[in-house]
Ligand binder design. Structure first.
Ligand SMILES: Cc1cc2nc3c(=O)[nH]c(=O)nc-3n(C[C@H](O)[C@H](O)[C@H](O)COP(=O)(O)OP(=O)(O)OC[C@H]3O[C@@H](n4cnc5c(N)ncnc54)[C@H](O)[C@@H]3O)c2cc1C
Length: 323
């Protein structure tokens, strides 16, 4: 047994594991082992593990639901911490949720309390921490992203606890301050609006319906690429002048990545066990035994094809772990 492992166990208890396969902790069902592994079941445990790995100078990464990640076949050569704390406090329109709270649970609890705002998040899997990190949500929906509702976020920055205002979180489309530094999100506080339960349930049905074209029953990390942001409308008009969706894209300010991939003729394109979904071209699904390497090759092929056909460079939304 390594010295490091012994020290981790001395500090964190017998819950620390070694060589833990990560595939089962991801929605893609792909990925090799974590050299060290720990499930933090409270904010206190999360802060403790961050302190310990910092002292031991171990590389580490936190995961929530593992619904937006691709883990390398070789796994992660450091500590992987799964955040699974589940504390939620609702007072009036104010909602405080620890990072490990399941997002679907949060949405339902706020609706039960007669609050409105989180309905567009109903079918987004994962945790509050992962959602704040990536500003999860539903495009083309009024205030459809989680960051819209944030009041403050508490983080662990090295050995310090820091509170960030909404402005400091710098939320953008699938983006936030957290994607550009190493802060670990401990909890977030939101301010919602007073709503009507029946209306919220109707909205939930509507948003769930809108996702029927997505391959929810297959292992995947959700959308692989972000939509292409239109900065030069004239350029896009010239590229896609005969397309019936052009006006819609210009109005949205985005060309959907799924549309570009579909248009490039890549639906059902398969490498090993990884396949571009037949239902929704911005999903790569694991059709059985997919390796991270298959996915990386397929992503690279899609990017090259879309670049060659449309001169557009797609950017990954999925986060790479251990590469
Ligand atoms: C079927 C399906 C549908 C989806 N639909 C949507 C959708 O409509 N809209 C949308 O936005 N997303 C969608 N996603 C993507 C995904 O669900 C979201 O990005 C989700 O918010 C990720 O949360 P998670 O807890 O699973 O994060 P993980 O996948 O565990 O982690 C994602 C990233 O967040 C970081 N992270 C996680 N927790 C913390 C923390 N506490 N502190 C700091 N960093 C942290 C991780 O290090 C990693 O880099 C979908 C995914 C699937 C599989």
């Amino acid at each position: 047994m390594s010295d490091i492992f012994t020290q981790l166990q001395e500090n964190l208890g017998s819950g620390v594991k070694t060589a833990e396969p990560l595939a089962g902790y991801t929605n893609f069902k792909i990925g090799g082992p974590a050299k060290y592994f720990f499930v933090a079941q409270s904010t206190k445990e999360l802060i403790k593990v961050i302190q310990v790995v910092d002292e031991l100078k171990l590389p580490f990464i936190v995961l929530g639901g593992g619904t937006n990640v691709l883990v390398a076949d070789a796994g992660f050569q450091g500590m992987v911490v799964i955040v699974k704390n589940n504390h939620l406090l609702i007072s009036g329109t104010k909602v405080m949720a620890e990072a490990g709270v399941n997002l679907g649970y949060l949405v339902q609890k706020t609706i039960d309390q007669g609050l409105t705002g989180f309905e567009p998040l109903v079918a987004v899997p994962g945790t509050v921490g992962g959602a704040v990190y990536g500003n999860a949500g539903l495009p083309q929906t009024p205030r459809g992203f989680i960051g819209e509702w944030v009041k403050k976020v508490d983080v662990c920055r090295g050995d310090k606890l820091v509170r960030l205002s909404k402005e400091e979180c710098n939320f953008g489309y699938r983006d936030s301050f957290f994607k550009h530094n190493n802060d670990i999100i401990l909890s977030a506080t939101f301010v919602l609006e007073k709503g009507n339960k029946e209306q919220s349930q109707e909205l939930i049905k509507k948003y769930a319906e809108a996702r029927k074209n997505q391959p929810y029953n297959m292992p995947s990390p959700g959308c692989i690429f972000t939509n292409f942001k239109i900065t030069e409308a004239e350029e896009v008009k010239a590229k896609f002048k005969n397309e019936k969706n052009l006006d819609e894209f210009i109005a949205r300010g985005q060309v959907p990545a799924s549309w570009l991939i579909d248009k490039a003729g890549l639906k059902s394109k398969t490498i090993g066990g990884a396949q571009v979904s037949e239902k929704h071209a911005n999903y790569i699904v694991n059709i059985g035994g997919a390796k991270a390497e298959d996915v990386v090759m397929l992503i690279s092929f899609i990017k090259q094809q879309v670049r060659d056909k449309f001169g557009i460079q797609l950017q990954e939304e999925v986060r790479y772990i251990g590469f």
